[in-house]
Design a protein around this ligand. Sequence first.
Ligand code: ZN
Length: 378
Amino acid sequence: MLAASPGERLRTLRDLLGLTQEQLENISGVKQSWISQVETASRDATEDGLRAIAEATDTPFGFFAVQPTTVPLDSLRFRKRASASKVLTRRVRTFYAESYRINEALVTAESYPTPPLPYATAEDLSPDDIEELAAQTREALRLAPDKPIPHLTRALERSGVAVAPFVLTDDPEEQPVAGGHFGVSYWGGVGEPALIGYFPGSQGDRERFTLAHEVGHLVLHTFRPRAADAEREADRFAGALLMPRERAEENISERATLREYARLKATWGVSMQALIQRGYGLDLLGETRRRSLFVQLSSKGWRKQEPVNVGREAPLLLWTLLSRKFGQRPYRPAAESLAVPPTMLRSIAPTPVETSKPSRQEPPEPSSVAVRRIGLTN
Ligand SMILES: [Zn+2]
């Protein structure tokens, strides 16, 4: 009953949990040398050994029999700093691949719609092309063409783009956002699911920008995987999606002060720094003014902690799909069925916090045709 390559799955499990071979020996009692040899296929795994590891890590035994993911890990896009470590990057990739597998299983089982996103194919994209694709994306997400986006996460989820928080550790010092990772995304293409993972912990406006940036990758780079300037294109797209050009032109000018940027931040849910960049990218202010504004931000300590709090958005789609199939306490049974550690499900499909808005508390409707509506309103 063992998988064709249990060694590969064992390595995947270690990456997923962030454990060295020594650490895994310590918690499972299975010798490091055995783990090493199984992973490199220089010896066969025994069911006993794998069972001991499964038990020690609270992982369903079925994990070792799962077919590896279809996500081409090399093409995953990360929003991260160059300093992010290789070990962490590997862990994030694995976490993402397993999450995509779960997402695919859930949306397929529930016949949830796949994203109707536009996509770029041309080799060269001008800034105007990116503005246009951002406008088309708003239309695809059924958002007004020129208004602030009240809840970007919900708009994405409603349209079939799943959003998942990646909580890799309880230790805030070790959270990937501290190690330079912000988000990661993949879309299998037209008619296929899409998933955006992000690392919670920053302020609401930063998380929204990360999501918008990742949507940029889905739209701009799914069919242009070798685009030379992908990060900059995704940033431009994020600004355009969150604050369309015409509205930026009305509101941002060479004379706009920090006070005005703070006011715009409250309205648009975009950080003051991103708004300054947006204005600069549209030639609404020059380089000298941009630099002066950033010096002012620094002197007030606002580069790290800006004024004006933008509320954080909580995802709901994966929880909804999970609880509809496995009930209101889904993690344990779902983990068995999906062959994944339950801690991972708690991360990517967190139980929603009760809110005062009654619409969020309505139970999911039973018909799969109604999935578009369940609780996924703004
Ligand atoms: Zn990126």
